[in-house]
Each structure stands twice: as structure tokens, then as C-alpha cells.
Design a binder for this molecule. Structure first.
Ligand SMILES: Cc1cc2nc3c(=O)[nH]c(=O)nc-3n(C[C@H](O)[C@H](O)[C@H](O)COP(=O)(O)O)c2cc1C
Length: 338
């Protein structure tokens, strides 16, 4: 109700300004929100109160964690964060495509840097599972990328439940090349070794997830699936935004460069989830993201093979009530399957 009133105002503003304002208002929304009922899920060695998570990119600097947790999410993925601060791309860098219920963004991993991020995170109360999405700095060549991921993993380790490795944002030149088989194997091996050291040092395990693009063919998905198992990555997040423009051709802003999210991405991400589910062992956690705009869309992700779901663009179009709608739909859906 609150969002139905606020949305026309927000949509009249330039998208990034509206975004910042909506985040400031999330504290008010949280006061008005009725929390979703419990729908517990265990995955990645973690207990989730419900399977609905916030996707990476909404709270890039960990500045709104408590208010977002109060909206009823089962988990929050904060970031993407990079080791050193970087400004991202010049504005405008976010575009709404209301006809398609989509967004194109090319933020380019604007980040306060890992040290300031961790300082923000350390001030939060922990009320649900917390993950952080990490990437490399724009000016770090791919040969040095592993060091960027390792630095973020090390700094975050005492503060989070899982870390997601972003090798799929289309807005950092060359980043998606880290999904190529050889490069990915080297990166995952380095991360796995460091996690073992950190696990011994801190006496607790932090789960690792790999976040992949929707624009991969079956052979590429095959190769990635093998690497996930070989390097004991605990979960895969499918998917990030797409570089495809097929679904939005001819629309205003349809030709902007960047990653497309929301309804036009839904089937592409479901295809990747199905392909992963066919290749991974039963029970392997797949986090489905891409175009969840309703409770029915969340259920379709579970039917495709996802264990948990994440939302982002749906929040822009539907507001925070979407969280409860998805949690309720998934609870009924899962009860019906038992
Ligand atoms: C404005 C914006 C910023 C994003 N930033 C990140 C990011 O920093 N790291 C990342 O892995 N994904 C990022 N994403 C991708 C989302 O986490 C999600 O994977 C994608 O948008 C698909 O979900 P949706 O259709 O529900 O939005 C971003 C998406 C949007 C719209």
C-alpha cells in the first residue's frame, strides 16, 4: 500500500535518484511491513528462515542492512564490493523499461572499497543470513584478479555467512572472461586454498557461491558445473543480468549498454537453472535470480531446480510487499509437493 503510493513519485525521478530515495525509505517500509511466515530451508550449511533473498547490487556499500533485513528476507546479498574504492561508470547508468518491466544498468561496480564496506557491515545487527558479492577492480588485469577476490574474502570472512564470486557482471570489462574454463579453475583453486586457511584461523566455515551469467551456452554451463564440484564451491547463483536485447528491441532505452534484468530475463535464467540442475548432484544448492516479479515467478524458479530465490528488479516494480508474496507462495508450493 505504502509502495503503491510512493511508486509514481519514485518513477517520476531519475532512476538512480529514485533508487537512493527508496533505500532511505526502506526503514519506513520496514516499520509497515508484515513479516513473512517462516518457511525454513537448509542449504550451504546455513539455516534460512525463508528462501527469499535480496540479490546483489541494491545495497552495494552495506548501508541499509538492518532496514532491508526487517522487510522479511531470508537472506541478504550485499555488495558487489571491490578491494579498492572506485567510482563506477558516469551517470546516467540505470534505465527503467516499464513496458517490459525491466532495468538496464551499467553501474560498473561503484564501491567504497572493502575496508569501508567492512566498517559499515560491522555496525549491523545480524537478523538473517548475510552474504556479500565480491568483484575485482576495473583497473586490475584478469591475471591479477585472484588477488582482488582473495583480499575481499579475507576481509569479509569474520563478518559473513557466505561470499559470492561475481564473475558475471557485464559492466566491468573482461570480468565475464573469468568464467572461461582454464581461468575459472585457477581462480577457484586459489579461493578454495585461502578458504581452508581462513577456516582454520577463524574456526568457522564461510560458504562460497559462484554467480554466473545467463548468456552461457550448454557447453560453457557444463564446464562450470564440473568446476563447481571439483573446487567444492557450495552453491551457484543463476543468474546475473543479460547482455541480450532481443526482448526489448525497439523500446525506449532498449539500446542502452549494460545488463538487462527483470521480466525479460526470467526465461533465460530459468534455462540456466534447469541446465545446472540436470548436471549437479541432487540437493546441490542453486540460487535462482532473474525476473522474479511475483510469487508465481518464485515458484517457477523452484520448479526449474532452484533451492533459494533472489529478487531485485521486482522490488523496483512491485515494492517490498513482493518479499512476503514470494515467501507465502513458496511455502504453499513446497507444502503442496510434500
Ligand atoms: C542496478 C543493479 C545493480 C546490480 N549490481 C550487481 C552487483 O554489484 N553484483 C552482482 O553480482 N549483480 C548485480 N546485479 C544483478 C542482480 O543481483 C541480479 O542478479 C539480476 O538483476 C537479476 O535479478 P532481477 O531480475 O530480480 O533483478 C545488479 C542488478 C541491478 C538491476
Amino acid at each position: 500500500m505504502f509502495y503503491a503510493l510512493a511508486r509514481p513519485l519514485l518513477f517520476a525521478l531519475e532512476p538512480e535518484t529514485a533508487h537512493a530515495l527508496a533505500l532511505k525509505l526502506s526503514g519506513v517500509s520496514a516499520l509497515l511491513a508484515s513479516r513473512p511466515p517462516a518457511c525454513p530451508v537448509r542449504a550451504m550449511g546455513l539455516d534460512f528462515l525463508n528462501p527469499v533473498g535480496l540479490a546483489a547490487g541494491l545495497d552495494k556499500q552495506a548501508e541499509h542492512v538492518d532496514a532491508l533485513a526487517a522487510l522479511g528476507f531470508g537472506f541478504l546479498e550485499l555488495g558487489g564490493v571491490t578491494p579498492r574504492p572506485q567510482p563506477g561508470n558516469p551517470r546516467p547508468r540505470m534505465f527503467r523499461l516499464p513496458e517490459a518491466r525491466g532495468i538496464i544498468n551499467r553501474f560498473g561496480l561503484n564501491s567504497v572499497g572493502i575496508d569501508a564496506f567492512v566498517a559499515n557491515l560491522a555496525r549491523c545487527r545480524k537478523r538473517c543470513v548475510l552474504g556479500v558479492n565480491i568483484g575485482k577492480n576495473k583497473d586490475t588485469p584478469n591475471e591479477g584478479a585472484a588477488d582482488d577476490y582473495l583480499r575481499c574474502l579475507e576481509a569479509l570472512y569474520p563478518h559473513v555467512d557466505y561470499v559470492s564470486l561475481n564473475v558475471s557482471s557485464p559492466n566491468t570489462p573482461g570480468l565475464r572472461d573469468l568464467q572461461d574454463a582454464g581461468t575459472l579453475a585457477a581462480l577457484l583453486a586459489a579461493i578454495r586454498r585461502r578458504r581452508e586457511i581462513l577456516r582454520d584461523k577463524h574456526g568457522r566455515n564461510v560458504a562460497l557461491a559462484l554467480k554466473i551469467a545467463p548468456d552461457l551456452d550448454d557447453d560453457q554451463i557444463d564446464a562450470i558445473a564440473q568446476k563447481l564440484e571439483a573446487h567444492r564451491i557450495d552453491a551457484v547463483i543463476a543468474t546475473n543480468t543479460t547482455v541480450s536485447r532481443e526482448a526489448v528491441m525497439g523500446m525506449r532505452h532498449g539500446k542502452e549498454s549494460g545488463g538487462l534484468s527483470g521480466a525479460p530475463l526470467r526465461e533465460m535464467s530459468n534455462r540456466v537453472i534447469r541446465a545446472l540442475r540436470a548436471r549437479m548432484p541432487a540437493g546441490y544448492p542453486i540460487i535462482g535470480a532473474g525476473g522474479v516479479m511475483s510469487g508465481a515467478d518464485a515458484c517457477a524458479k523452484i520448479d526449474a531446480g532452484a533451492t533459494l530465490v533472489q529478487v531485485y528488479t521486482g522490488l523496483v516494480y512491485r515494492g517490498p510487499a513482493l518479499v512476503r508474496e514470494c515467501a507465502l507462495a513458496l511455502r504453499a508450493h513446497c507444502a503442496g509437493k510434500r
